[in-house]
Design a protein around this ligand. Structure first.
Ligand code: ADP
Ligand code: ZN
Ligand code: ZN
Length: 820
């Protein structure tokens, strides 16, 4: 007998090391790094693990168990990915297992505790099912949800994962995930004649009954004719054109139940008939010179920043670059912040590249994610271009030629919880390096870090200073609401100037966007007699007053109570609100502009199914005149008819207790302002503030990015913040206040021995208790001239000693490298 064979695997759990299992010589021949195996773990658990190495060295401290089964014929994960995972784990101070779990779609990661559901909609030909598969199918008829472990008992088989994988592929079962909201694709509104009018008689009766509403009758007739040809629902916009009618008449018919409304996903309809692709737009001279600068910089192997003002046509430059890459048969990755991943952009890219575009999104359903994963892995042309949110960096690219990180300044590229707490932009730069691919970062308001990298010539640079079509940058006006309030010129939260501009804009038939970065009616409800404000019992924060739902809600946990009409402390009925949110702005608008149609876009109105898409499309179709919203409004939306943007109150942004607050305010305000006047007419922006002389507001109004950058850089150098330094934030978390305090103090003291003044804290964050867990942060600053690896090793050593102290057991220690 020869030497025994072993494999090292990564398990999807937060343990530091790889585990070794034993395999047979035949298995050793089949197995390659990146393939999945089902392995036993602990007393009774089964996990899907990834092979990293096949070898012949027996583990010394434990006896290797045998694997249960090989799950793949070919690797599911590439060698480059394995290297990338290693890098992420090392850099962001987590385990490779945690990266593995975040990287691979959960449907590919079955384990004994995974919950399995039956796909109610599956059309099943029982003869297609193998015996075991049929038994699972049958069991799920009796019990709607089963654990993998239970299925294993039913089949009296130790390992059922291959059977379940096969059922997943056949779409017969689902796995239950946390109830994420599903991805909300752009929906196009279609209508058809109601079911009651399917016969000729009923239709005739209908037309007769509409004889005194000729416009409505015309719509019905047009629809009937259109449907006679296609036998399908008709796009509302097509119907309006063909009946020469307005949306409001169509809406009346829908309300009456004569027409039925339907929403159909664009990405499902666009390619039905194999439409021709749109030709690429030819770049104007500014775009072209940016394109040339980018190409030159790429030739030098440099990561490059495209710094183009809002509406300068950056997307068209990206499109040109993508075209070049795919012409050479390579793959392209287009990263966007989750919320900017709207179908406005998806449809724009699909119009150029058709079915080559795949979308990858953490909220996409599992099947779709697995499909994209496999297509990328097999280098199929159907996923040659991937548009995705941050998790798309985990896809198994084979031949990646280009990575674009659009809106690179967006803080939502940083994963906050759980580990790996990675920054997708920074990770993308490393990924690009591993693949030898070009990396382009794009923004109208680059992050201080990125612009600093340009300044020290680490990154290349391309600039577009003009909006496309020579549209002027919006005209900015600051309004001093302190003064206006003193002179009693405010109506609610509106200054005279803002009201004048809204009135004029509406009169011109144009639309308005109003920005207030708080949802709800008011963040604080206060008793004017005793000063009591209702607090969340689970978190250290006051409850936000939501008037429409008549509730007080916590924005940090799900706690909410019905609105009280009297003070819980003293019984007084004189309750007052402090601060204001989007609901209040909406309400005031309705009183001030009773005939205008007001819409609201915030977490509360976009939560429902397709909520976000519905509001965007209603605004696009001008069914809404004034849209009030939170920062959701800022993200790369391209509305054609918006001529006025109002910032209700810039001060809450500026006063946020964070060293980035000023940079963020500049970015947010510039981005919202950028929604105004994207066509020929010059747009207008009104910023209301108590402190209009604030440097940042001056810089926003003069569009002076460089001055903002220089001042911020100077301040950050003074206080040893990035980009000249790195920061690692260490958060301690426990339900016992005293234990947490002691633990955090101990840790900070140990850090100070090695790092002295570079250790800040421990300090409570602004909300010091969330869901009954107390939080405390320690911030460690590390000069760029210091070794990050050594620093991390020291921290880990301190953590080891910390973990050995039994009193601190249970205190969670969370690392956030490059915390933002
Ligand atoms: P940005 O991403 O820089 O904000 P966009 O790419 O959205 O700007 O461009 C703004 C508008 O100008 C879009 O409606 C786009 O279609 C149009 N546009 C940009 N470049 C061109 C071009 N070369 N030819 C025609 N239209 C263009
Ligand atoms: Zn009171
Ligand atoms: Zn709470």
């Amino acid at each position: 007998m020869g030497m025994p064979y072993f494999i090292n695997v990564i398990l999807p759990i937060p343990l530091e090391k790889e585990f070794t299992y034993s395999i047979s010589p035949t298995e050793a021949e089949l197995l390659k790094p990146g393939m999945r195996v089902a392995v036993p773990f602990g007393k009774s658990k089964i996990y899907t693990a990834i092979v990293v190495k096949v070898h012949q060295t027996a583990p010394t401290v434990y006896e290797a168990k045998e694997i249960d089964q090989i799950l793949d014929q070919d690797p599911l994960v590439t060698p480059t990915q394995l290297r990338f995972w290693e890098w992420l784990a090392q850099y962001y101070m987590c385990t490779v297992g945690e990266v593995f779990r975040a990287a691979v779609p959960s449907a590919l990661l079955l384990e004994s505790e995974t919950l399995i559901l039956r796909n109610e909609k599956a059309i099943i030909d029982e003869t297609d099912l193998k015996d075991d598969e049929f038994l699972v199918f049958e069991a799920l008829q009796h019990q709607s949800i089963l654990r993998v472990r239970e299925i294993s008992d039913i089949l009296e088989k130790k390992n059922v994962i291959p059977i379940l994988n096969s059922l997943l592929e056949k779409n017969i079962i689902f796995i239950k995930e946390e109830v994420y909201e599903q991805y909300k694709p752009k929906l196009v509104r279609y209508v058809q004649l109601g079911k009651d009018y399917s016969t000729e008689e009923s239709l005739e009766a209908l037309l007769l009954s509409l004889s005194r509403a000729p416009k409505q009758r015309d719509v019905v007739l047009s629809l009937f004719q259109l449907q006679a040809v296609t036998k399908k629902p008709v796009k509302i916009s097509d119907l309006a054109t063909s009946a020469n009618s307005s949306n409001s008449i169509i809406k009346t018919l829908i309300d009456k139940g004569i027409l039925e409304e339907q929403f159909i996903r664009t990405d499902r309809v666009v390619f039905e008939g194999g439409h021709d692709h749109e030709a690429l737009k030819s770049l104007n001279e500014y775009q072209q010179s940016a394109f040339d600068a980018i190409s030159k910089s790429f030739a030098l192997g440099k990561v490059t920043l495209l710094h183009g003002v809002t509406s300068s046509g950056k997307t068209e430059v990206y499109v040109k670059l993508i075209q070049e890459v795919i012409k050479n048969g390579k793959q392209a990755l287009y990263l966007l912040p989750e919320i900017a991943l709207t179908t406005q952009l998806i449809s724009r890219l699909q119009a150029y590249f058709g079915e080559k575009v795949a979308v990858y999104h953490s909220k996409y359903n599992v099947q779709e994610r697995v499909e994209v994963w496999n297509n990328v892995l097999k280098k199929e042309t159907t996923a040659q271009i991937v548009i995705g949110a941050r998790s798309a960096i985990f896809l198994p690219f084979q031949d990646l030629g280009l990575i674009i990180v659009d809106e690179e300044h967006e803080s939502s590229f940083k994963q906050y919880d759980p580990a790996p707490r990675y920054h997708a932009r920074d990770a993308a730069v490393v990924l690009g390096n591993f693949h030898g691919s070009n990396v382009l970062l794009g923004s109208a308001t680059p992050s201080v870090e990125t612009f600093y990298n340009v300044k020290i010539s680490k990154y290349g640079y391309a600039r577009i200073q003009r909006r496309y079509g020579d549209v002027l940058m919006p005209e900015m006006e600051l309004v001093n609401i302190r003064e206006q309030t003193r002179k009693k010129r405010m109506k609610g939260h509106f200054s005279e100037r803002l009201l004048e501009e809204i009135t004029e804009t509406l009169e011109n038939g144009e639309q308005v966007i109003l920005f207030q970065n708080r949802r709800g009616y008011a963040p604080i409800l206060e008793c004017t007699t005793c000063g009591h404000t209702p607090q969340c019992p689970n978190c250290d924060v006051s409850l936000t007053y939501h008037q429409l739902r008549k509730q007080l809600r916590c924005h940090y946990c799900s706690y909410h109570i019905a609105l009280q009409t009297s003070c819980q402390a003293c019984g007084s009925t004189t309750l007052d609100t402090k601060g204001f949110g989007t609901e209040q702005v909406e309400q005031e608008l309705q009183a001030l502009f009773p005939t205008a149609k007001v819409g609201r876009m915030d977490l509360d109105t976009t939560r429902g199914k397709y909520g976000y898409e519905k509001i965007i499309s209603a605004f696009e179709q001008q069914e809404i005149d004034i849209l009030v919203g939170t920062q959701m409004l800022t993200k790369g939306l391209d509305f054609r008819n918006v001529n006025l943007v109002g910032i209700m109150n810039a001060d809450t942004l500026l006063n946020f207790p964070d060293y980035r607050a000023h940079e963020r305010s500049f970015q947010l305000l510039t981005q919202v302002a950028g929604r105004a006047g994207r066509t020929q007419k010059r747009g207008k922006v009104i910023i209301q503030s108590y402190d209009p002389d604030h440097r940042i507001l001056q810089q926003v109004t003069t569009h002076d990015y460089v001055e903002m950058f220089n001042e911020q850089l100077y301040e950050r150098e003074q206080f040893k913040y990035p980009p000249g330094n790195r920061i690692i934030r260490i958060t301690f978390k426990h339900k016992d206040y005293n234990k947490l305090n002691e633990a955090a103090e101990w840790f900070a003291k140990s850090l100070r021995i090695g790092f002295g003044k570079m250790v800040l804290g421990p300090e409570y964050p602004p909300v010091a208790r969330i869901r009954n867990q107390y939080l405390k942060n320690v911030l460690l600053k590390i000069g760029n001239d210091h070794s990050l690896v050594h620093t991390k090793n020291s921290i880990k050593r301190i953590e080891k000693s910390f973990n050995a102290i039994s009193f601190y057991r249970g205190v969670r220690v969370i690392y956030n490298v490059d915390h933002i």
